[in-house]
Design a protein around this ligand. Structure first.
Ligand SMILES: [Zn+2]
Length: 66
């Protein structure tokens, strides 16, 4: 049996596509945002990614709302 990757949290969240609460694969990913600003060369912003295990709908939400 292949080794399993890091366990992901499965959260029951409302899915607008399924129109019901469905288990979601929730993870946090760092997205590198290149900015034209000289000082902030690279800013890595954490995004919360949740994917509906039922229909595969992916929702990304920026965690730091500036
Ligand atoms: Zn869904």
């Amino acid at each position: 049996m292949a080794s399993t990757p890091e366990p992901t949290d499965r959260m029951a969240e409302y899915c607008p596509t399924c129109r019901a609460e469905r288990p979601h694969d929730v993870s946090v990913t760092l997205v590198t945002e290149s900015d034209t600003t000289a000082n902030a060369a690279y800013s890595r912003e954490p995004y919360r990614v949740s994917e509906c295990l039922d229909c595969g709908r992916r929702t990304e939400r920026r965690m730091n709302d500036a």
